[in-house]
Every structure is written in structure tokens, then in C-alpha cells.
Design a protein around this ligand. Structure first.
Ligand SMILES: CC(C)(COP(=O)(O)OP(=O)(O)OC[C@H]1O[C@@H](n2cnc3c(N)ncnc32)[C@H](O)[C@@H]1OP(=O)(O)O)[C@@H](O)C(=O)NCCC(=O)NCCSC(=O)CCC(=O)O
Length: 343
């Protein structure tokens, strides 16, 4: 399905020659097919993604009641927001027919998630319509909601209205280093401050089930004042396979909360967060995609104030199709950095 791309208020927009885009997409696609063929055979031997086997593999306790466990817990010792959103979408998706596709979700994080206990997911079948079906999910710990989520599903429908912004032009993932490779590179610097070394080693020990390749590592690690915008390639670790599209949306929901809120801090290297947590998270799914294949995640923050920051994200398939968009507001309380980073 080739979509028409329109110019708009986006910085990369402008009138676009549709044929050129299609040609470029075709070229990219055949290149991608070769890459994915060789990677697919490599993946056959790899372990299945932990997101599939553990994080998003909810245990059914009763009708519309599920239990989810944790895999990776951030340093803050509060549950990762993406995990709770991804699990809530899994729970919602279990009560809708296979012919429906997730198209959006809207969540509030109302309490910090406790990593010491599992999370219960209670699904309310809000409405079943001819085209759209809505579910409300409450994530519960210690008898109280930690997240409330509404998710909507739709039957596949044809549309003469089809457009999207163009994908930003960036180097392909094959030309970039993973977060782990970058950290090893920084660790090899002889003048690296002890504190920075400790921080980087802690980052290496993280078992985040996502592979990340920052497009601009200096932006990613906040080495100077930058525009509040960053880009990275990301994909779920391990093999997920064609599978069902709902599952890929759940994985994308997990990934979408990763490193998104940090975009707000990019113009302020003189500050570091002493408290940062996402308050709400919304997501829209636009086209089919594989969450275990590289997607470009474009994050930008159009506004910050009142100890809050607004962030918007776009996930792009590498053939230029817009796969998903998201929006989030987070609370950010900062303190001055005493020493500049010596990475
Ligand atoms: C956002 C909050 C904290 C609501 O804030 P409130 O201020 O109303 O709650 P509270 O319990 O009264 O306060 C929480 C803490 O903030 C402090 N606090 C409150 N108001 C303050 C103020 N004006 N100035 C300074 N500190 C203040 C309190 O003392 C307390 O600190 P003490 O605790 O020291 O007493 C809550 O709704 C919440 O935790 N929601 C869940 C957010 C979440 O977990 N999101 C997903 C994970 S975040 C994520 O995954 C992002 C991923 C990423 O980072 O990349």
C-alpha cells in the first residue's frame, strides 16, 4: 500500500515528487528484502524475544482479568511505563476478535508501579461496534489503579484519504553503533570521570529488551545544548516473526515509552532530572509493521513548563511508511549539574 505524502508544518515537509518517493521506496524495499532475508535466517537460530515469552505473555486469572510480571526495571525502581502500557494493550486485545486491529490508546499513569509485586489487568468491554470496539483497562497493584487505559480497535477499511509526512533522512541502522557499542567506546576513553564510568557500567548491566542505535550519539547522551529532538533506530530484541499485528502494536507500545521523555532535557545540559515520570501516554497505529525489525523513532518536545514537558514521537518503518505516532506529558523536576559531562 503506497501512501500519498503531503507537505505540512513539519520541518521536513515540502512538496514531494510522489514518483520519486515510490522509486526510492521500491529501491529501499528490495534492499531491505535482501537484508531481512539474511537476518531472518540468523533470527531462526536466535532466542524468541523476551517481550513475547515473558513481558507480554500475560497469565489469565479469570474472564477479562490477567496478571503481568516484570522483566527490566529502571533505576528509579518504579515500573517502566512502556511495560504497563504494553501489558494493558495485550489484556485489551485478548477480548476483541482477530479481525480487529489496534488503532489507538490513551493512558494515565496515576501511581508509581511497584516492582516487588505483579500487576493485575482488569478489562471492561466498553463497547463493541460495527467498525470500532473500545476497551477500558485498569492496571492494579495493592488494590489500587496504577494506570488507566482506553484502547480502540477497528476493522480494516479502505480509504481514499491517505497521506503522511515524509520520513526524516538519516543513515541506515547498518551504519550506526548500538548503545552497547557506544558505551564500550566511551569506557575506553582514558580521561573518563569515575562517576561517568560507574553510570555507564550500570547502563550496560541493564537488560532492556530493546536494541537501540542512536542516529546522533551526542544528542542521545546530552553532551551539549541541543534542539529538543532526537532520533534513533530501535527494534525488539530477538525474534517475534510475522505473527499477529496486535502483538506488534503491544511491543511498539512498550518501545514507545523508552527515552521519549528525556527529549525534554536536551536543551538544558546544565540540569539533570531528580524526578522524571510520564503522566500520560497516547498512541496511534497507522500501518502494519514488524516490531522486531528496525524502525526509526523520531522524538521531539514542542513545549516544557510548570515542571512538565510535552513529547511527541513518530515511529517509521525503514521503507518510509509512518507506522505509529505517540504523545506524552511527563513531570520533570530538575537540579543543576555540578560538573559537565566528560564522556
Ligand atoms: C506523577 C505522580 C508522582 C503524581 O505526583 P504528585 O505530586 O501528585 O504525587 P505525590 O505522591 O504527592 O508526590 C510524589 C513525589 O513528588 C514530590 N512532590 C510533589 N509535589 C512536589 C513539588 N511541587 N515539588 C517538589 N516535589 C514534589 C512528593 O514529595 C513525592 O516525593 P517522594 O516520593 O520523595 O516522597 C504520580 O501520579 C505517579 O507516580 N504516577 C506514575 C508515574 C509513572 O510511574 N510513570 C511511568 C514510569 S515513568 C517512565 O517509564 C518514563 C520512561 C523514561 O524515563 O524514559
Amino acid at each position: 500500500m503506497a501512501e500519498k505524502e503531503l507537505g505540512g508544518c513539519h520541518e521536513n515537509s515540502g512538496l514531494i515528487d510522489k514518483n520519486k518517493i515510490l522509486e526510492a521506496n521500491e529501491a529501499l524495499k528490495s534492499e531491505q528484502d535482501e537484508v531481512s532475508q539474511s537476518r531472518n535466517s540468523q533470527y531462526q537460530q536466535d532466542l524468541k524475544s523476551v517481550l513475547l515469552t515473558s513481558v507480554l505473555n500475560l497469565e489469565k486469572l479469570d474472564v477479562d482479568l490477567y496478571r503481568g510480571t516484570h522483566h527490566w526495571v529502571p533505576r528509579t525502581q518504579r515500573l517502566f511505563g512502556g511495560q504497563i502500557v504494553g501489558q494493558a494493550l495485550v489484556a485489551a486485545a485478548k477480548s476483541v476478535s482477530d479481525s480487529l486491529y489496534a488503532h489507538s490508546l490513551h493512558c494515565y499513569f496515576v501511581r508509581a508501579g511497584d516492582p516487588k509485586v505483579p500487576v493485575l489487568y482488569q478489562v471492561d468491554r466498553t463497547r463493541d461496534g460495527r467498525s470500532f470496539t473500545v476497551r477500558s483497562v485498569k492496571a492494579i497493584q495493592h488494590g489500587q489503579p496504577i494506570l488507566i487505559c482506553q484502547a480502540s480497535f477497528q476493522t480494516l477499511q479502505p480509504s481514499p484519504l491517505q497521506h503522511q509526512f515524509p520520513m526524516p533522512v538519516v543513515p541506515p541502522p547498518e551504519d550506526l553503533l548500538t548503545v552497547e557499542e557506544l558505551i564500550h567506546h566511551y569506557l575506553s576513553k582514558p580521561d573518563l570521570a569515575e562517576e561517568a564510568k560507574k553510570g555507564l557500567k550500570k547502563l550496560l548491566a541493564n537488560e532492556v529488551p530493546i536494541e537501540i542505535k542512536p542516529v546522533n550519539p551526542a544528542h542521545f547522551y546530552r553532551l551539549g545544548p541541543e534542539q529538543p529532538r532526537r532520533l534513533f533506530w530501535g527494534r525488539a530484541r530477538g525474534h517475534i516473526g510475522e505473527g499477529n499485528m496486535k502483538l506488534h502494536c503491544c511491543v511498539a507500545a512498550y518501545v514507545s515509552d523508552f527515552a521519549l521523555l528525556g527529549t525534554v532535557l536536551l536543551p538544558y545540559p546544565e540540569y539533570r532530572a531528580k524526578f522524571a515520570a510520564s503522566l500520560d501516554h497516547s498512541m496511534w497505529f497507522h500501518s502494519t509493521f514488524r516490531s522486531d525489525e528496525w524502525m526509526l523513532y523520531e522524538c521531539e518536545s514542542p513545549w516544557a513548563g510548570s515542571s512538565r514537558g510535552l513529547v511527541q514521537g513518530r515511529m517509521w518503518r525503514r521503507d518510509g511508511m509512518l507506522a505509529a505516532s505517540c504523545s506524552q506529558e511527563g513531570v520533570l523536576r530538575v537540579k543543576p549539574v555540578t560538573e559537565p559531562s566528560k564522556l
